[in-house]
Design a protein around this ligand. Structure first.
Ligand SMILES: [Zn+2]
Length: 145
């Protein structure tokens, strides 16, 4: 299990808005489960962007918080076509000057879990992983089968 810190409102767009590409400066060889952490910094200019508005950005949503894990996902692939000047099929969220970390199985947490993040990919504390697993396990029991 690894984690990645993402600025709001982009983190919200991943958790709630169907954003399946995270634009990163660096590629990674890691594949597997990933915690999506909303960092303490906000990309203020992005909050009014059409993409973010279309993703249902709502500053009053609990998952619009800062400094907390808000979703779990799986890192399936990293697309570096754009940084090499090649086209790709990563969709409207993909930035032309970034590596595209492609996420699958994104599940928003029922409520945020406060945690310190750091830039790039980081290793979550075992207690944080346990909190997330407890919350995702209990929320799935309430889901209608
Ligand atoms: Zn791509």
């Amino acid at each position: 299990m690894q984690a990645i810190s993402v600025q709001q409102p982009w983190a919200f767009a991943i958790a709630r808005g169907g954003k399946t590409v995270s634009n990163q400066e660096m590629p990674t060889a890691y594949r597997g489960p990933l915690l999506v952490h909303a960092s303490m910094r906000v990309d203020l200019g992005a909050c009014d962007s059409p993409l973010i508005q279309a993703a249902g950005w709502n500053p009053r949503d609990p998952l619009a918080t800062l400094g907390a894990v808000i979703a779990v996902a799986r890192l399936d692939d990293v697309c570096s076509a754009a940084v090499n000047g090649d086209p790709c099929d990563c969709g409207p969220w993909a930035d032309p000057s970034s590596h595209h970390w492609r996420l699958a199985d994104i599940r928003a947490l029922p409520r945020p879990i406060v945690a310190l993040g750091r830039p790039g990919l980081w290793q979550p504390q075992p207690t944080l992983i346990a909190d997330v697993e407890l919350m995702t396990a209990s929320s799935s029991t309430h889901r209608p089968s």
